[in-house]
Design a binder for this molecule. Structure first.
Ligand code: C2O
Ligand code: CU
Ligand code: CU
Length: 456
């Protein structure tokens, strides 16, 4: 299905969004899903810096939900990006905010964020793109490239049957099959010589994608928070839930077709002594969890095919420079967040940050607006955890003490089992309470989330 696009006009993006139960036809099979406006992919919203956004949101589901605007630098309060709001079944909510004049261009997305229901609703299909057009899009080489959005989303034959059992919830639930823009193995025709801009978004609940273009290089130009400084050559790109990446693919290398593949990756490890109370996990033995996430094979799976044909174009080249990436000043504070899991009386497995599960009435951290801080995210558990912060993007400074090579704006960073990642952020512009959490949404729903209050 072609994706619907809603663009701003005369400085206003006004759109009606309705969440409802629906179906998706995947490879000839009808499966139950949740949709926005009856479609998958949901409408793609596009706005520019300075635009006003007004969304009339209606909940036609039998359960509470709401909207979050992942990655947008807008207020976390009122009826802007306020994830504390509840939209009851049958209820509605107007969301309204302004995209700041200096907002970077990038790929952002909207998805439900009503605590306790997030994983299930995202697994069912809720989550659409929110694109900001601006600086990066104006670079000539980027502008000339053919643009292709790549929404990576797994579905279950029936999401209502996907086990909410102990192990599945711990690992994070995945659907049995992967779709790209709601299709199985789409193919894209591109003229010979054309530069292709692939805009990847992982909107899955828990599944990671370890992407490659057969054995060809490709060039990263933007991460979660927009452009990086110069294109960076990659041969593989690991995208955890919530992450985005824009890459350029050269079309002048003489191949007739290239496959976008998903290579095996295991997102956790079993090992003794890492659980809060020992528990039964040690009995499963050591080593990477080869089958975690349902991939039975060690082979790369083809997600899509790019075929080069049609009238060739010439003169396409990679841009040399993209956009300068600011360096933040030295932090005024360093804080430490330890991610782990354990057992809680009456609750079973819980996911913890600094020994606590989420409590919407508790403020975990208070920061001063305008301050720069370093946050050290320590993963002491046996599952990988993609760390996500709302409202303000961050830069990864180091991983296990090794300095990161280049600066890039991120809002999700993968912290693998056993790793420590240090990130730096500035709490800018907007006071109020906002959230940080693991973006394996089953972990978030099971408590791996905290609240930071930004004080004016
Ligand atoms: Cu994409 Cu708090 O979420
Ligand atoms: Cu978010
Ligand atoms: Cu997690």
């Amino acid at each position: 299905m072609a994706q619907a696009v809603e663009r701003s006009a005369d400085g206003l993006l006004q759109v009606r969004l309705e969440a409802a139960a629906s179906q998706l036809n995947v490879a000839g099979q009808e499966i139950p899903i949740f949709t926005y406006n009856g479609q998958f992919p949901p409408p793609r919203l596009e706005a520019s810096p300075g635009d006003r956004v007004r969304i009339e949101f209606h909940n036609r589901l039998d359960e509470p939900t709401n909207l979050h605007f992942h990655g947008l630098h807008i207020p976390p309060t009122g009826n802007a990006d306020n994830t504390f709001l509840e939209v009851a079944p049958g209820g509605s909510q107007r969301y309204e905010f302004t995209i700041p004049e200096d907002h970077p261009a990038g790929t952002f997305f909207y998805h439900p964020h009503y605590h306790g229901w997030v994983a299930h609703q995202v697994l069912a299909g809720l989550g659409g793109l929110f694109v900001i057009r601006g600086d990066l899009d104006e670079i000539q080489e980027v502008q000339q490239a053919t643009e292709q959005f790549v929404i990576l989303k797994d579905f279950a034959t029936d999401f209502r049957d996907v086990s909410g059992g102990h192990m599945a919830m711990m690992a994070g639930r995945e659907g049995e099959f992967v779709t790209v823009n709601g299709e199985i193995r789409p193919s894209w025709r591109v003229p010979n010589g054309e530069l292709l801009r692939l805009r990847f978004v992982n909107t899955s609940n828990a599944r990671f994608y370890n992407l490659a273009l057969d054995d060809r290089p490709f060039y990263l130009i933007a991460t979660d928070g927009g452009a990086i400084a110069q294109p960076r050559e990659l041969s593989e790109l690991l995208l955890s839930p919530g992450e985005r990446a824009d890459v350029l693919v050269r079309g002048d290398e003489g191949a007739a077709s290239v496959n976008l593949v998903n290579r095996p990756y295991s997102r956790g490890r079993m090992g003794g002594g890492m659980m809060g109370n020992g528990g039964g996990m040690g009995r499963m033995g050591r080593g990477r969890m080869g089958r975690m996430g349902g991939r039975e094979s060690d082979e790369a799976e083809v997600l899509a095919t790019i075929s080069y044909d049609g009238d060739p174009v010439s003169g396409r080249s990679l841009p040399r420079q993209l956009r300068p990436v600011d360096t933040l000043p030295e932090p005024s504070q360093t804080r430490r967040f330890v991610f782990n899991h354990g057992m809680a009386r009456g609750q079973g497995m819980v996911f913890l940050i600094n020994g606590k599960t989420f409590d919407g009435d508790r403020t975990d951290v208070q920061v001063q607006l305008g301050q720069v801080e370093d946050w050290e995210i320590v993963n002491e558990g046996m599952f990988d955890h993609p760390f996500h912060l709302h409202t303000n993007p961050f830069q990864v400074m180091s991983r296990n003490g090794q300095p990161e090579r280049d600066r890039a704006w991120k809002d999700v960073v993968l912290v693998k089992a056993g790793e420590t990642v240090r990130l730096r952020t500035r709490f800018q512009d907007f006071p109020g309470r906002t959230m940080y959490h693991c973006h394996i949404l089953d972990h978030e729903d099971q408590g791996m989330m905290g609240i930071v209050e930004m004080q004016a």
